[in-house]
Design a protein around this ligand. Structure first.
Ligand SMILES: COc1ccc(C[C@@]2(O)NC(=S)NC2=O)c(OC)c1
Ligand SMILES: [Zn+2]
Length: 263
């Protein structure tokens, strides 16, 4: 799908974590969400997701994370409501995780780290006709962030976990169909924080309305261990590097306000 075939990772290297100077750079992500400094906004609506599992197409290892990609040529899998004025189309989801359960998320809540974080990526199909266009605009993307905690096994995630050994190496891809990404959302999607930020890897474009769920989901230790069995490196490379710690460090808030949909 458009949203990721152009997923250029030329500058991508797992060890890049540098403060990479970004032109402007005053709305970078991720951030630490300081709960007591977030501002309740009663105008924030509940999220409305409509995901069609039939639009699920493939799963691939892009050398930084693994992506599950959706057909985003029609408005079949969409997100609206919440802080959003427009309708956004799901194009892919991916995760960030650590080498241990002690860290791995990109956002933090009062400095608390989670072992992993899910990003469901959507682009504004009311205003733009392609992901590539939307990614350049400040109202172009909406990303739902969901924290993962280690606990009971996540039944819905297992189909995805079972596909990972087939994409161990960078640039490997397999067909992946009939997966409902809604099963990865927490029971309560009414409580979230929202702020204006950016992609968390190059090109770090400041085009994301972030929607970070207050409630986490639980996955088992063994399920998370399979994430860590993925490799950053392609099959040809002589030194194989395990895909872990693929997260960016928290960025300065630069005066931004984080709003909450709950008190
Ligand atoms: C050019 O378009 C891009 C480039 C990178 C990413 C990945 C990422 O930087 N963005 C988020 S969110 N998490 C990440 O790791 C992307 O995802 C929407 C879109
Ligand atoms: Zn991400």
């Amino acid at each position: 799908t458009a949203c990721s075939s152009k997923y250029v990772l030329s500058q991508m290297h797992p060890m890049w974590q540098g403060p990479l100077a970004v032109p402007g750079g005053d709305r970078q992500s991720p951030i630490d969400i300081v709960v007591r400094k977030s501002v309740f906004d009663s105008k924030l609506k509940p999220l409305e997701t409509e995901y069609d599992p039939q639009t699920c197409q493939q799963i691939w290892n892009n050398g930084y994370s693994f992506l599950v990609e959706y057909d985003d040529t029609t408005d079949k899998s969409t997100l609206k409501g919440g802080p959003l004025q427009d309708k956004f189309r799901l194009c892919q989801f991916h995760f960030h995780w650590g080498e241990s359960n002690a860290w791995g998320s990109e956002h933090t809540v009062d400095r608390r780290l989670f072992p992993a974080e899910l990003h469901l990526v959507h682009w504004n199909s009311d205003k733009y006709s392609l992901f590539e266009e939307a990614v350049m605009e400040d109202n172009g993307l909406a990303v739902i962030g969901v924290f993962l905690k280690v606990g009971k096994r996540h039944e819905g995630l297992q189909k995805l976990v079972d596909a990972l050994p087939a994409i161990r190496h960078k640039d490997s891809i397999v067909e992946f169909t009939r997966f409902d990404p809604g099963c990865l959302l927490p029971a309560n999607t009414d409580d979230y924080w929202t702020y204006h930020g950016s992609l968390t890897t190059p090109p770090l474009t400041e085009s994301v309305t972030w929607i970070v769920m207050k409630q986490h989901i639980e996955v088992s230790h063994d399920q998370l261990a399979v994430f860590r069995s993925l490799l950053f490196t392609s099959a040809e490379e002589e030194v194989q590097k395990s895909m872990v710690n693929n997260f960016r460090v928290q960025q300065p808030l630069r005066g931004r306000t984080v709003r909450s949909s709950f008190t």
